[in-house]
Design a protein around this ligand. Structure first.
Ligand code: ATP
Ligand code: MG
Length: 330
């Protein structure tokens, strides 16, 4: 179970500063989508608009027939219940230990007994690798642990939509890999809709079904992973291939510039499109598309070396044998 979020003509400003305008997209139900963009382009502001924590100047955010900016406070509560949100700063209660922080939504929104709550909290803590840290206060744990505690708290109500603002910031590469696998497995298991804000291009390239880029007060592109990763749009190409040369300047974007600081000759083709991360049980998620499907349908030749995994297996050629044991859902 997942629900789609349909955003139409959204615009948000603070005073005279327009953060973005004309933002229109559909975050498809039960799929994994990722939103990227230079620092300060309004990714966090966007997530807050989706759950009604900030109000747009104009436009609509439809969630299951309700227009979030226009619902009343009591209805907003109903909408928010269906979301699990991990805020960029983790937003933990500083005076409450990790266990109580994670238990908070269950105590607030459900009538579960303390023993049921305990089972759920311990399960989520294990899921995010925080077993044994329940007694610690947020001030006593690392930034990465705070992120994971925030994520555990976002998951306790089994939300239909999961919004995560930079869940991977402050995590080491191994933890990031675990986290991405966790998202894929959760999506496969629950069918929840995921929208993840990240600065990690590696994550963006392998994790989501759909990718979006915010840049210069607007949504430059939002669509299937293969479409975005093969795009020759200057800003999209520069961003997702971490090139130094392109319309995104140092002042606007530290990440893309940093990542290419080591140099190397400028590439002319987009980097190979990697195979998408699979659930750990090897099953194909319903929203996973056959590798190369979008490209073939749109007569786009994949960049050389695309869809070859680190073992050298070519997913374009071997997809049927890769998935032979598992009936692919329609
Ligand atoms: N409550 C607020 N009041 C006024 N301005 C705000 C508020 N929240 C955000 N802004 C401004 O809106 C712009 C977008 O901020 P936002 O935090 O959404 O960026 P971001 O894309 O999430 O950046 P980062 O990648 O660094 O997290 C910034 O210029 C910020 O200063
Ligand atoms: Mg942000």
């Amino acid at each position: 179970m997942g629900i789609e979020i349909r955003v139409e003509g959204l615009r948000k400003s603070f005073g005279r500063q327009v953060v973005w305008e004309d933002v229109t997209l559909t975050v498809p139900a039960s799929e994994i989508s990722a939103l990227l963009g230079p620092s300060g382009t309004g990714k966090s502001v966007f997530l807050k608009n989706l759950v009604g924590l900030l109000r747009p100047d104009r436009g609509h955010v439809y969630v299951d027939g309700r227009d979030v900016p226009r619902v009343r406070e009591n209805e907003l509560y109903e909408v928010r219940r269906r979301f699990g949100v991990l805020f960029q700063d983790g937003a933990l209660f500083g005076s409450m230990n990790i266990y109580d922080n994670i238990a908070f939504p269950l105590r607030e929104h459900t009538r579960r007994t303390e023993s049921e709550i305990r089972r759920i909290v311990l399960e989520k803590m294990e899921m995010v690798g925080l077993t044994g840290s329940g007694d610690k206060l947020p001030g006593e744990i690392s930034g990465g642990m705070k992120k994971r505690a925030g994520l555990a708290r976002a998951l306790v109500l089994d939300p239909e939509v999961i919004l995560a603002d930079e869940p991977d910031s402050g995590l080491d590469p191994v933890r990031t890999a675990y986290l991405n696998q966790l998202f894929v497995d959760l999506n496969a298991e629950t069918g929840a809709t995921f929208l993840i804000v990240t600065h990690d291009i590696g994550t963006a390239r392998v994790l989501p079904d759909n990718l979006g880029l915010l840049f210069r007060r607007g949504l430059v592109m939002f669509g299937p992973r293969e479409m975005v990763l093969s795009s020759t749009h200057p800003a999209v190409d520069q961003f997702f291939n971490a090139r130094r040369e392109g319309p995104i300047g140092m002042a606007e974007e530290k990440d893309a510039a940093d990542r290419t600081a080591e140099g190397g000759p400028p590439r002319t083709l987009p980097a190979p499109i990697p195979p998408q991360l699979m659930p750990s049980d090897g099953r194909v998620r319903p929203s996973m598309r056959r590798p190369g499907e979008w490209l073939a349908a749109h007569h786009v030749t994949p960049p050389p070396g695309s869809f070859v995994d680190e073992t050298g297996r070519d997913w374009l050629r071997d997809w049927d044998t890769l998935t032979a044991d598992h009936q692919r859902p329609a």
